[in-house]
Each structure stands twice: as C-alpha cells, then as structure tokens.
Write a protein that binds this ligand. Structure first.
Ligand SMILES: [Zn+2]
Ligand SMILES: [Zn+2]
Length: 924
C-alpha cells in the first residue's frame, strides 16, 4: 500500500470521472427515501465555460455530492438552452463566411443547419462541466428544443391561451434592428449618453407666421408625428386652443392637443406626438385615438410604404426612403435648417436603450406581438415567496423580487427569429386574406387583425370556413418561455411521470442574481400555474467572480481567468476548493490565481498526509476494519482509555463535522471549506500526525496497532468530508486504502458528529500545550538555535499547568526538540535565559547551553550592521524626490515594504542583543 510520491491531477481526474459515470454513481438511488433534486441552470448551447459557470456548478456539485453521501436520493438534471438569438447569430456568421445569408438558404434549411452545428460544435460546455467534476445524471440530459421539451412548450402555450392568459396585439415593443427581433424590457440596457436637443418650429396650419416650438432628441421621427400636445394650464399656449398644426417637410395637418401628461418644464412645453415610435406617445395616442405611422422597416430604415399607403407622396418621400434612421436624422436636420424650421440645437444628455446582446440602439417599434397576461400569474408567485413556500437566500434578494413582481408588465413572448419554438398558432388564409403581409425575402407576417387558431397540432382545416390553406405564425417564443418550464418539463411534463412524482418540487436552485427575473421569477410563475406547486423550495443566489482588484472580468480588459486553463494547471480540486472557500454569502469573489496555487498546496498536503498514514499501516491488512465506516473506535475513545492526543483529535473532529454541516446546510460554502481546511491542515497534519509518531514508535505506551487504526479512520473521515469539494484527489486516495474493494467514496456515508467525543478539557489542554511548543520554537528561532539541537527548558508557573506539561512531556520533547526539563512552582526565576509567557506559565531557555556569547554577539552585531546599511540606502531612496516622481507606484510600494521589513528585523536583532547582555550579567 503506497501512494505515488506526488499527486498528478491530470491522470487521476479523467480516470475517476469515467469510473463514476460507468458505475452509475450519478444516478439517483432507487427507492422512496428522502430526495434531493436540482435542475442545472441550462447554459447556452453556444457557450463555453467561464468563471460564472464554474462557480455556479461547483456549488451545485458540492450540494449534490454532500446530500448523496448523506443518504438522499439525488437527482441533478443537466442540459442546455437553445439560446435563440445567440445561436442564430453563430450560425448566421458561419453562413456569412460562406457568402450566404439566412434569407438565401430559407427557414427550413437554416434550421437544419443550426441542428447540424449543434451536432458538431455545440455542447462544448457540457464536456467542460464534466471536467469540472459535476455529478449530474447524464441519462437525464435535456435540451430546450428536444422533442419532449418542445411538446411541453406547446402544451403550456395552448393552456395559457385556453385560460385567457395569452393575447396578440399590436403594441410598441423594443426592437433590435440588428437582431431583428422584439426584446423584453429587461433585455434593454439603458445608459446615459451625449446627444442633442433640437428645437423645431411647427407652424399653425391657418397662419404660417405663427408657430409652436417643439423640442426633441429624435427629429427624424417627426415624419411619423400625428399630433402636437401642450399642458392645458400652460399660459404660453392658451391662445392656440383648437388650432391645427402644419408639420414641416411632410406638410401633414395634425391636431394640437392638451393633456396634463405634458411636462411644462421640458423644452418649450410643446411635445411632438409620434405614437408609433415612443412609448409615452403610444399611450397618449391610444387615449386620443391618434393614427400610428410606423416610419421604419425592420432594419430601422425609412419605410416609404408607410407614407405612400397614406397617399403621401412626393419628393420628400423619395429623399428619405430607405435611409438609415441616423442618416435620416442628419438629412432632416439639414433640411429643417435650410428651410428655416430649426430654432436652435443644444447639447443634451439623455438615456439611450441598447440591445443587451449586440448593443445596437433599440427602436420602439410597432408590431403585432404575443403577450402573456402576467398579473394573474405574478400574484401567486409573490404569495409563494411571502408565505415562505420558497426561500430566497440571501434574503435581501427577495426584496428585489417583490419590487420587480409588483411592477411587472405583460410579457412579450414572441421573437422574430427562426431558431426557437415556433408559435403554435395558425392563420386561415381564406379568413385572413387582408391580413397577410408578404416580405421581400419570401417570408410573411400577419397584421394585428389576423385571427389565430391556437392548437397543439397543426390543424388540417379552418374551423370557421373549412379552408385548408393555413399558415403557421412565423414567430418563435422567447427563450425564457421554454426555460421557465425547465424544472418540470425536464422531468417529463405534461406526462405524469415517475420522475415528476419522485423529484418535483426540486429542492434547491443555485443561480446568479442576473437571471433572478429573466428566469427564476418565470419558473415560479409557470411552476405554480402548471404544477400547482412551487418549482423549488430554496433559491440560493451566489455572487460574481471578479478579478483580484474587484473588476468585472472582460475580454476587453484582458483580465479574464479561463477556468479550463486553471483546471489544467492547478488541478480541478484546487480550483473547486478556491471557489468554495471564497464563496461568502452576498460577497463577490475577488479571484487571484495565487489563491488557486495556495489550495493546490492543500491538495498536496492531504496527499502527503495520506502517504504517511499508508506507509505506517505497513502490510498488515488487519489494521483496516472491514466494511463500512462506523463509530467503533469512537465508542472506545469515549471511555477515556485513549491517550491525550487521540482524545483531542477526536474532539476536534466531532466539532469540525458539526460546524461543517451547519455551514453547508445554511449555504455558507466558505465556512464549510475553511473549517475543513483548518482541521485537515493545521490540526491533523501539523499537530496530530506529528504527535502520532510517538504512539507509533511506542514512546507513549499503548498499542501502536490502535494508533494505526485511528490514523486510518481519521484519514477516511477527512476524505469523506472533503469529497464534495475535492472529489478527485479524495477518491484517488480512498481507492488505495485497504479493503475498499472498488467501492467509490462518492457513495460512502457522510460522517456525522459524535457528540460523545467532544472533550472541552482536552481541547483546552491541547491549546496550552500548542502555545508552549510555539513559544519554545519562537525562542529557538530568535536565538538562532540549529533545528536539530536539543535545548533545556525551565518552566515556572502554577502547579496545575506544570502537571499537564509533565504529563505531556514526551510530546514537548519531540515537537519542540526539548532535552532536559525543569519545573519550578516557586522561587527565583532563572537568569541568563530567553523567556516567553504562555498563560500563567513562564518559559526559560538558558542560553548558556545554546550559544557561545562572544560568537553570538559578533554574529548579531555583524548582521545588525549589514541591515542598517541596507535600510539607510532604502530610506535615502524614499526621501529622493526624483525617485518618487519617476518610479512606478508598485516599485515605490515595494521599497516601502522592504524598509518596514528591515526595521522589524532590526528590532528583533536588538532584542536578541539585549537578551544576550542580560544573560551575561546573570551568568556572571
Ligand atoms: Zn441586437
Ligand atoms: Zn377560414
């Protein structure tokens, strides 16, 4: 039984993942016991693993592995999202590289190519997740566009329609002219931007010498103006009551309205009204029954058909026809200036909405769209959180949830793209002959007046006229519509499957806050609607991974750390441990690569400890208990017949297990990781292993065989405790322990805290002993005593402490290289000794034994002089204005740090010299 000298993560990781997969360890255990289920937040099929995914999935995997070992039937459902626009963009770029466009290949062929792309290049991220060690049940893998999920989407759509929760209406929506699709409000990113405010003269129709001045940030939209509005109380415009306005350029006559919605303080207090291109104007237009003139086509270019259909023809139509909106703006401003309509232009800062995917300026655009009537769904979803049927953790996020849900608007679910779930609505051409609009690219759309037939299957004929010519709605559903069904569609809904019975509601959802509304809120609404139960009982919202300075990682900043590289370099366990150890609730992670290197040392520390244990087991297989872990040795220890070190480590283990469990149950992943780290590294490796050497070599009396057993048992428990965070190295070690016979650590029970082992007395005594050992070690170091040399120590203190030290003298001798020991409860303190105080006990190291005073003085003096020279050089540099002016901040910082370090060293040297002087006096 021997482990390799060093741990090699590269070979080990792939080996054990394949083994777990093949052994079925990721599948839920059969039976009907308590379960723990989760659905993965499905990454985009186009995606590749970034830090956010790595954190999200590491935390999920920790929960799953922990619960599985703790006796739950665990199901973790993996899968990917078809990611409508993102995927369509990828495939469009591939077409473009081949000199083709989407329109050229046509819808059917395009979709075939998307599937082909998915086959070849999609799912990269799933392979990367496997490298991360995720213990998903891959037999449950789903894709939002697979057959079952498509069926669920249709079912949900039809039921919403039947329940009157869906409608189709012409509404102003956010339109991305590049992605050519509607965007939900939350898909529009608003930011302040520098623009202009143009003041334009709008003459009265019956008296061109009189004019109102309107102010606008978007003069080009005046081609679609259908009114001007002022506040009814505005004294500047009382005399214009009832007048008509002649629009510049188009000469269209529009009414002057009064409405209290108009802000008198904005610009001149007169507003141009463009119902088809402004959300507020749209509402005002509805109140006054105004025309809506949509002046743009889907590319946000001026659509001359909008005017010619209104018999507005002429030179101006030709001049602006097909011009991009920004070019149209320039032309129009020029023309206004030329014709004397432009009163003035002033710089103006205002908010501009951009597409969250491509940053194109979003255009309010008038199109028929499908909407979910959301209020009836939002009410129960708020209640579920209020009544704590769902707990959002950390709790602060529930406030954001309520704030958003209370102001929720109807959800526009139609998207004008090809890749996605095509809306299950059909239009009879005979009944809707006036409502079909044929596009240039061979496509078609339907006007707001078209009457849809919503059905689960394509209808053969029209129910009102019997006509058989039916066309399906060309739009597809918002990606979040299908992912909103994810917690139950992945379990087989709408069929009443065993999986639904066994694993719904899911236990926990682990996600980032950025999709709390896009996704989490929708799942809650849909789950309550279709399953009549919450989709999950708890939602854990984790923070962001930033760079070490707290900056968001981004390609443009060049501060991205690639998880795939990190895993290759440091090993996946070290990486996972870093993420867990830094995942403090509600606090962003500032990730420095050195941290991962640090936890790689922890992996190696564990490896070396395991090597030590295995080497000491020898070839005696009887040391290992056969069978599962148990508390057999624990029971023995509770009777008090074990030695001090054993009692102490058992007590610490019991406390550690209790703390770790408490932490993970409360999603305090960082506490969970750190408690285990402290115990493993500092208590087990640094102290217990060292102390156990005495028991193993017979110094402490007792049966060395018992000590071997305990060492092995402690190692087993540590491996079990660490496995959820560091699955690979723990399994590798586990499988080399005696009598495992190929049983995976993954399926071993998670240790439980044995309260009977908690021994506060031993812990206190050990604290004291550790303090004394550290004290002696520090004194030795200060006096430059060679590590191998034994020293004499004199203790002076209360009887109780000295008794303890006497009892544990063997440890003291071994851990602090102590030779002779003297105990003094009273009387004179020794002179000429280095001293330290621990609690009420004084430690004396007689220096005469250690050093030759003259030689030591010479050494210390020489070192002091050297340091003083070096320090003075640095201080001169730091006082030099030229250096301070020229050098980089980090160079100066380094010099300052060096200066502080040297000063500290000098203080220590001086202390040693003083001590030497005292000793020489005392010794005389
Ligand atoms: Zn876009
Ligand atoms: Zn019909």
């Amino acid at each position: 039984m021997q482990l390799a000298k060093t741990y090699s993560h590269k070979e080990v990781e792939a080996k054990w993942y394949a083994y777990w997969l093949q052994s079925g360890a990721f599948k839920p255990a059969p039976g009907s016991g308590r379960y723990f289920s989760m659905v993965i937040p499905p990454p985009n099929v186009t995606g590749s693993l970034h830090m956010g995914h790595a954190l999200n999935n590491t935390l999920q995997d920790i929960l799953c592995r922990y619960k599985r070992m703790d006796g739950y039937r665990v199901l973790w459902v993996p899968g990917t999202d078809h990611a409508g626009i993102a995927t369509q963009n990828v495939v469009e770029r591939r077409l473009a590289a081949a000199g083709l466009t989407r329109a050229q290949v046509g819808r059917k062929e395009f979709i075939a190519r998307v599937w082909q792309w998915k086959q070849e290049a999609g799912n990269v991220i799933l392979h990367q997740l496997k490298a991360l060690g995720v213990s998903c049940d891959w037999e449950h893998e789903r894709f939002t566009m697979d057959e079952g999920l498509s069926l669920a989407v249709r079912e949900a759509f039809v039921r919403l329609w039947e329940d009157g929760l869906l409608y189709r209406a012409e509404r102003l929506i956010n339109w991305c002219p590049r992605c050519k699709t509607a965007l939900a409000d939350i898909e529009v990113v608003h930011e302040e931007s520098d623009g202009s405010l143009w003041h334009i003269r709008y003459p009265l129709a019956d008296d061109p010498s009189e004019a109102l001045v309107v102010a606008t940030t978007r003069p080009e939209t005046m081609l679609g103006d259908t009114a001007v509005a002022v506040h009814p109380d505005d004294p500047r415009y009382q005399r214009f009551a009832g007048k008509k306005i002649r629009l510049p350029i188009t000469d269209r006559i529009v009414p002057l309205l009064t409405d209290s919605y108009v802000d008198q303080a904005f610009g001149t207090g007169a507003l141009k009204i463009t119902p088809a291109h402004d959300f507020n104007d749209f509402e005002l237009g509805e109140r006054f029954g105004l025309d809506r003139i949509s002046i743009f086509d889907a590319d946000a270019k001026i659509d001359s058909a909008a005017f010619t259909s209104r018999s507005e023809t002429g030179e101006w139509v030709d001049r602006y026809s097909s011009k991009d909106r920004f070019e149209a703006r320039r032309l129009l401003v020029d023309e206004l200036k030329e014709k004397g309509f432009l009163a003035k232009t002033e710089p103006y800062r205002h908010s501009v909405g951009r597409c969250y995917r491509c940053q194109t300026v979003v255009e309010p655009y008038l199109t028929p769209q499908w909407f979910v009537n959301i209020k009836p769904l939002a009410e129960p979803a708020m209640r579920a959180v209020r009544e704590e049927k769902i707990r959002i953790i950390p709790e602060g996020w529930s406030h954001s949830y309520f704030a958003w849900m209370e102001n929720i608007k109807d959800w526009c679910i139609s998207r004008q793209i090809w890749w996605g779930h095509q809306i299950p609505a059909w239009y009879c051409l005979a009944c809707n002959s006036g409502s079909v609009i044929r596009g240039k690219d061979g496509g078609y759309t339907f006007t707001k007046d078209a009457r849809p037939i919503v059905a689960r299957q394509a209808p053969k004929s029209c129910s009102s006229c019997g006509g058989s010519e039916l066309l399906q709605d060309p739009d597809v559903l918002d990606t979040w519509f299908s992912s909103g069904l994810w917690p139950f569609s992945t379990l087989g809904w709408p069929d009443q499957t065993e999986d639904l019975k066994n694993f719904y509601p899911t236990s926990t959802l682990v996600t980032g806050f950025d999709i709390l509304f896009f996704w989490v809120a929708r799942m809650i609404m849909m789950g309550l609607k279709f399953m009549a139960d919450v989709p999950f009982r708890e939602v854990y919202i984790h923070a962001l991974v930033r760079d070490e300075d707290g900056q968001k990682m981004s390609k443009s900043k060049g501060n991205v750390i690639d998880p795939v590289d990190v895993m290759a370099q440091y090993g996946t366990d070290a990486f996972r441990f870093t993420l867990a150890a830094m995942a403090a609730m509600g606090r962003d992670i500032k990730l420095a690569e050195e941290r991962i290197g640090g936890y790689q040392n922890f992996v190696n520390k564990l490896w070396n400890a395991a090597r030590f244990v295995l080497m000491n087991l020898g070839d005696d297989a009887a040391v290992a208990r056969d069978g599962e872990q148990g508390n057999s040795t624990a029971a023995r220890s509770a009777t008090g017949d074990r030695n001090f070190a054993d009692r102490w480590i058992r007590s610490r283990l019991a406390q550690t297990i209790a703390q770790a469990r408490e932490a993970i149950d409360a999603y305090r992943f960082n506490d969970y990781a750190n408690v285990l780290y402290q115990f493993t590294w500092h208590e087990f490796c640094d102290w217990y292993i060292e102390m156990s050497k005495l028991a193993l070599n017979g110094t402490m009396g007792g049966d060395p065989q018992e000590s071997r057993r305990l060492l092995l048992e402690l190692l087993e428990q540590i491996l079990s405790l660490l496995h959820p965070i560091m699955p690979f190295v723990t399994e590798e070690i586990w499988q080399q322990l005696p009598n495992k016979n190929g049983r995976s650590l993954m399926l071993q029970p998670q240790p439980r805290s044995d309260r009977a082992c908690i021994d506060e007395g031993s812990e206190k005594e050990m604290e004291f002993l550790m303090g004394v050992v550290r004290g002696v070690r520090n004194l030795r170091a200060e006096m430059n005593c060679p590590p191998g040399k034994e020293v004499k120590v004199i203790f002076h203190g209360p009887e109780r402490d000295l008794e303890l030290l006497r009892a544990q003298e063997a440890y003291l001798r071994s851990l602090a290289r102590v030779g002779g020991v003297e105990y003094l409860t009273s009387g004179e303190r020794p002179k000429g000794a280095a001293t330290a105080v621990i609690g009420g006990t004084e430690i004396y190291l007689p220096l005469g034994d250690l050093i030759k005073p003259a030689e030591e003085r010479a050494r210390l003096t020489k070192e002091t002089r050297k340091l003083e020279e070096e320090l003075s050089r640095i201080q001169k540099k730091l006082a030099n204005a030229e250096f301070l002016g020229k050098a980089k901040e980090e160079v100066i910082e380094k010099e300052r740090a060096k200066s502080a370090e040297y000063q500290e060293k000098l203080r220590t040297l001086n202390r040693s010299l003083e001590r030497l002087a005292e000793m020489e006096q005392g010794g005389n």
